[in-house]
Design a protein. Structure first.
Length: 94
């Protein structure tokens, strides 16, 4: 089944960014397959907010403990490799 586009969940973004996550290789492989099939990958402002919250939260508080600088670098990678799907009533309906 081929998809034209895919909204990438925040948990996928986190696992793709965090190389020591147990699901990192699986997530990267799945994203690579979507990209090779010319699937447009999208993210939203909400995805980035959720990513940032979990990525920068301390490990002892069930976060990933990234520094602000590391989280910024990962967000820049997301922004370069995926398309922003801006919030709007049309997006909500879709």
């Amino acid at each position: 089944m081929a998809w034209d586009c895919c909204l990438v969940d925040s948990n996928i973004l986190l696992r793709a960014a965090l190389r020591d996550d147990p699901d990192h290789a699986l997530v990267r492989s799945a994203l690579a397959k979507l990209i090779s099939a010319d699937t447009a990958l999208y993210f939203t402002h909400q995805n980035i907010a959720e990513f940032w919250n979990a990525a920068t939260r301390p490990v002892e508080m069930n976060g990933f403990g990234l520094s602000v600088e590391d989280a910024e670098r990962e967000v820049e990678i997301i922004e370069r490799g995926m398309r922003l799907l801006p919030d709007s009533a049309a997006v909500y309906r879709e």
